[in-house]
Design a protein around this ligand. Structure first.
Ligand code: ATP
Ligand code: MG
Length: 246
């Protein structure tokens, strides 16, 4: 279970003071996420909401990438700040921009790098890496240079590198943004299969309202607050209404 207990995120920002350019800018706190109390116990939750509403910040709280300014976040009872490393072993995080997480020259080497701790034998590691790449239909890219891959291909490779270590929770920030129609459907099918067969729990943000409704539960974030939480179709309808796009 993922639990938010009064977790908030406040940042300090430099703001120009009324005195004009000759006075020093003042550091002013700005609340990005108001205190959140929430328990996510289902297998698949989606998060929707306007640009800048706080969705990515909410996700990064789950693996300790962002520290709550107050309150705490627990993943299966483990505190994301006090035991960050343990949490990150169980929580795989896929960024919107796959370039942020692919560090090796080829997809194969990248997935092998993920497996370095879990699989000591190098030929077994290579076989496992190929198998995970094949699961996402990108094994034919295994030996290519990562820099030559398209954005969507990189996205799938980044997901493979995260899945390779068999996380219990998978957090994805806008995973379909870069994908074409076929790869979007492949990813959706893959996520559903992972939930059904591996028992993986998924938390994702998306601006794709079809993808949002693949989940069992949807959260709507608006200006740093969760303003709706429940049945995906109902929450999506509320979001459309709020945005004036019905
Ligand atoms: N480290 C930070 N320092 C200052 N401001 C930040 C920081 N991280 C995020 N913000 C601000 O917090 C707000 C929420 O950002 P966040 O990335 O969570 O939004 P989002 O809902 O994911 O938006 P999008 O749909 O565009 O991805 C934005 O106004 C952003 O500029
Ligand atoms: Mg975001």
């Amino acid at each position: 279970m993922i639990r938010f207990e009064g977790a908030s995120v406040v940042v300090e920002e430099f703001v120009e003071t009324p005195g004009g350019p000759r006075t020093a800018p003042a550091l002013v706190p700005r609340t990005i996420l108001h205190p959140i109390d929430l328990s996510l116990d289902g297998p698949f939750t989606s998060v929707i909401g306007a640009n800048g509403s706080g969705k990515s910040t909410l996700l990064t709280l789950v693996n300790g990438l962002t520290r709550p300014s107050a309150g705490r976040v627990l993943v299966d009872g483990i505190d994301t700040v006090r035991e960050g490393a343990a949490v990150r072993r169980n929580v795989g995080f896929v960024f919107t921009d796959p370039a942020a997480q692919l560090v090796m020259p080829t997809p194969l080497e990248d997935v092998e790098l993920s497996l370095r701790r879990a699989v000591k034998d190098s030929s077994e590691r290579t076989a496992r890496a190929h198998a995970v790449l094949a699961e996402l239909a990108v094994d034919h890219l295994a030996q290519r240079s990562v820099t030559e891959l398209s954005g969507g291909e990189r996205q799938l490779v980044a997901l493979a590198a995260v899945l390779a270590v068999d996380p219990q929770v998978l957090v994805l920030d806008e995973p379909t943004t870069l994908l074409d129609l076929r790869n979007r459907e492949l990813l959706r099918r893959t996520l559903r299969t992972l939930v059904d067969t591996r028992g993986l729990r998924i938390l994702l943000t998306t601006h794709d309202l079809d993808v949002a409704q693949d989940a069992a539960r949807t959260l709507l974030v608006d200006d740093g607050r969760i303003v709706a939480d429940g049945d995906p179709a109902e929450v999506v309808a509320e979001y459309r209404q709020q945005a004036g796009v019905v």
